[in-house]
Design a protein around this ligand. Structure first.
Ligand SMILES: [Zn+2]
Length: 272
């Protein structure tokens, strides 16, 4: 049963990519190289040796501590590795090794990086979102002009759909962002979110963007109310929007079509 073997291989590669994402999440906002130097302990700067750098596993072998100085590492490093590994396995489950797998693997990696950087620093680096728009649209062109037309499972947006997705995603949030700024004089939604949503539009098209805006806003509002309840309204706590948009976009890749057709059947058939 080679299927199971592929699934395990994808999981392991995902964990290794997750390990690299940890480096990107930590270093990109500081404008540091993500290649050199190799991983170091944030406390004592001791280089992390290769046998201590096994994704997911090393954290538990070392009990979450640096081998040299015993400073504790956040469990989040291992969780990011596990998350990316699971997302990789889920993509394989959804697409096997169809071209969409590779397109959405790139997209997923970008979304995971953006979500955690936004969580930590409340910024979405242009170095991911702007090339992301080009790559997402470029893949649509590849599918549209070079690769043979996909079958019923083909999910990737057409060239026109991707273009509308970019304009709709970027334009929609830009108007909200701009309107909020004009009305209140404060920047509520960052323009980083605008570029992120344009990137999402390039990868999922106009339906995907609307789905992402809707699910991201609902999830963001629920969590925002939850946080304000427990931290007190006085606590000045802007909830970053990037992680919710990323979650919405991922939800669309896996379940978007089923959810939308379920919803449409609900309105068509109606409550009569
Ligand atoms: Zn150390």
């Amino acid at each position: 049963m080679p299927e199971a073997i592929y699934l395990v291989v994808v999981f392991i590669i995902g964990a290794c990519i997750g390990s690299f994402l940890n480096v990107c999440i930590y270093r990109l906002p500081e404008h540091l190289s993500v290649v050199t130097p190799g991983s170091r302990c944030p406390s004592c700067s001791a280089p992390v040796r290769s046998f201590d750098n096994i994704p997911i596993i090393s954290y538990f072998i070392l009990g979450g501590r640096c081998r040299s100085c015993k400073a504790t590492f956040s469990v989040r490093y291992a969780m990011v590795e596990l998350l990316v590994a699971l997302l990789g396995a889920a993509l394989y489950w959804r697409f096997a090794f169809a071209p969409e797998f590779f397109a959405y693997a790139a997209f997923t990696v970008a979304l995971a990086t953006v979500a955690f950087i936004d969580l930590d620093h409340k910024i979405i680096p242009n170095v991911i979102s702007l090339p992301g728009i080009v790559v997402g649209f470029g893949i649509a062109c590849l599918f549209g002009f070079v690769l043979p037309a996909g079958g019923a499972e083909a999910l990737y947006p057409s060239v026109i759909d991707a273009a509308i997705g970019v304009v709709l995603g970027g334009g929609f949030l830009f108007l909200i962002s701009f309107g909020y700024y004009v009305l209140t004089g404060r920047e509520g939604l960052g323009f980083g979110d605008v570029k992120l949503l344009a990137m999402i539009g390039a990868f999922v098209g106009w339906k995907g963007v609307l789905f992402t805006i809707f699910t991201g806003s609902v999830a963001g509002a629920v969590i925002g109310v939850f946080i304000m309840t427990f931290r007190g309204k006085g606590a000045k706590y802007a909830v970053p929007f990037g992680p919710f948009l990323s979650m919405g976009a991922l939800l669309y890749i896996f379940f978007g079509r089923s959810i939308i057709s379920w919803y449409l059947s609900l309105i068509m058939i109606g409550p009569n």
